[in-house]
Design a protein around this ligand. Structure first.
Ligand code: GLP
Length: 260
């Protein structure tokens, strides 16, 4: 059995005199082991069965303690591979004045970027897509939906829509949408971004490995070519615990007033 397991059981033995319900004692033992750094971010928790057998408590009790810690964001569960101590988030500071791609933003910070595909294909456009991208109902929209991951931590879910005439093969973009658009001379030069608060629903929270209901950011980016044509309509959900968006503000002098 792992060191992590031994640490938890040692803590559990010490607290077993406290008279509190068993699942609370177990929850506290695991939480203490995490807080004291005895088990670190990304470490696997022993299996439910191992904990139950070694601590001589029921699996239902173990499950209840573990579920509480998952809800609190201390542990994360990955389907098929078990329960782990949640990764510690280093917040990403993101400027709101540069039109950069996710790949460029993360690479600049020295973070390893990858994406998991959620969807890519050509579809009949939704009314929103028709309006924003200027498509007619007989045209197709290319959709590219990805879970964006930096240093193995999922940071955002991005759902981009572009005209199929610009992106006829959404499966062929490789790892960066903007790099693919650059190759065909379609990289945007200007964008309008709208950021609003959102509580994460079950599905998004599961993908982002955070408890459902926690705060996130809904970000909508509409980007343009130099000609003024809309090229990209992207709706994203970012982890609220991972991002700080930073904008530089300047005092408007008398000569500037009324311009914006
Ligand atoms: C950012 C933007 C998206 C854009 C994406 C492109 O994350 N919020 O609107 O689609 O960058 O990133 P990449 O070129 O890495 O695919």
């Amino acid at each position: 059995m792992s060191d992590a397991a031994d640490q938890i059981f040692a803590a559990l033995k010490q607290s077993s005199q406290s008279g509190a319900p068993l699942y609370l004692q177990l929850r506290k033992s695991i939480e203490d082991a995490v807080n004291r750094g005895l088990i670190g971010p990304g470490d696997a928790l022993p299996s439910e069965r191992d904990i139950a057998t070694k601590a001589d408590i029921s699996r239902v009790t173990v499950r209840k303690a573990v579920q509480d810690l998952v809800k609190g964001g201390i542990l994360v569960q990955r389907h098929g591979s078990g329960t782990f101590v949640a990764p510690r988030m280093e917040r990403v500071e993101q400027s709101l004045s540069r039109l950069t791609s996710f790949t460029e933003d993360m690479a600049r910070r020295g973070m390893a970027v990858r994406s998991a595909w959620l969807d890519r294909g050509l579809y009949a456009p939704s009314p929103d897509e028709m309006m924003v991208l200027g498509l007619s109902s007989s045209e197709l929209v290319a959709r590219v939906a990805r879970l964006r991951i930096a240093n193995d931590t999922p940071l955002a879910i991005e759902r981009a829509s572009l005209s199929a005439s610009v992106l006829p093969d959404p499966a062929g973009i490789g790892s960066s949408l903007y790099a693919a658009l650059e190759l065909t001379g379609n990289r945007p030069v200007r964008a309008v971004q709208r950021i609003s608060a959102a509580n994460l629903g079950e599905g998004d929270a599961r993908l982002l490995e955070v408890p459902p209901g926690i705060a996130g950011l809904h970000i909508e980016r509409i980007s343009y070519l130099a000609s003024g044509k809309v090229i990209e309509f992207t709706r994203s959900i970012y982890r609220g615990d991972a991002y700080d968006f930073v904008a530089e503000l300047r005092l408007t002098g008398p000569s500037e007033e009324g311009r914006s």
